[in-house]
Design a protein around this ligand. Structure first.
Ligand code: ZN
Length: 172
């Protein structure tokens, strides 16, 4: 396993805007990618990561919503699909490893029903709510090249990218 660089909106916006492609099969190569993604996410640290965030345009997501002090609960989603979303929506203050240090409120469906393949390649269908629902919708947006700042006003989005760019320059 290895920690891979995470792409950010200041220098890699064009890559992050790409639409990711479906995975043909869950094999050892893909599991290696998922292992790298999980390690990269833990190192960041973050609670969710899509493959495109490390430059791989594949429909793969990793997630761990365990709270501090709880044992790790890694989750893997290959070719996820949203089968249903609730009409009820909830606001949540989101952040993203590709938009470091920026947080803003996004309104999303409160509950969704998802179907995906897991780490072993088995098909799973389940209903998500709370933070799980927020996170899976945020990560699935990445597969379409959509960032959480795309849900904000143009002004806020441009300001966010500018802020990230400035911070990256200062760090360089
Ligand atoms: Zn994100």
């Amino acid at each position: 396993m290895s920690v891979r660089p995470i792409l950010t909106v200041d220098s890699d916006l064009a890559v992050l805007k790409q639409k990711s492609l479906p995975v043909e099969r869950v094999d050892d190569d893909l599991r290696r990618l998922m292992d790298d993604m999980l390690e990269t996410m833990y190192a960041a640290p973050g609670i969710g990561l899509a493959a495109i965030q490390i430059g791989e345009p594949k429909r793969v997501i990793v997630m761990d919503l365990a709270r501090e002090g709880e044992p790790p609960q890694p989750r893997y989603f290959v070719n996820p699909e949203i089968l249903w979303r609730s009409e009820e929506t909830v606001p949540y203050e989101e952040g993203c490893l590709s938009v470091p240090e920026i947080y803003d409120e996004v309104e999303r469906a409160a509950r969704v029903r998802v179907r995906y393949l897991n780490y072993q390649g088995a098909e799973i269908e389940e209903e998500a709510e709370g933070l799980f629902a927020v996170c899976i919708q945020h990560e699935m947006d990445h597969l379409e090249g959509v960032l959480f700042i795309d849900h904000l006003s143009r002004l806020k989005r441009e300001r966010a990218i500018k802020t990230v760019r400035k911070a990256a320059k200062q760090a360089a």
